[in-house]
Design a protein. Structure first.
Length: 97
């Protein structure tokens, strides 16, 4: 997938409640919309980039415009809450094994 889209990364949106992930779209917003239509709740959706050539936690980059959520005290494109980041890592690791 990474070769088809961006050369070295795959965009993904993770639903931390349902423990699912949408991948393989040009924009995180497209994946977010898909998951919302499928029943996910906005507060559970987080955008990431996956670098398949890397291993461990280095494989995941927490960077997406959909992560900007001042109302949830997330004021950057990253994921500022360590508990949420760890949950995302666990879900992604489980799903891509």
């Amino acid at each position: 997938m990474s070769n088809k889209m961006f050369g070295n990364l795959v965009k993904a949106v993770v639903d931390i409640d349902r423990e699912i992930m949408a991948v393989d779209a040009a924009l995180h917003a497209d994946q977010e919309a898909f998951l919302l239509e499928d029943g996910s709740q906005q507060e559970n959706l987080w955008g990431i980039n996956i670098y398949p050539e890397l291993i461990g936690n280095d494989m995941i980059e927490f960077d997406s415009m959909i992560n900007l959520r001042p109302y949830m005290n997330n004021r950057s494109r990253g994921v500022e809450d360590e508990k949420i980041r760890n949950k995302i890592i666990t879900i992604v690791t489980k799903l891509i094994q």
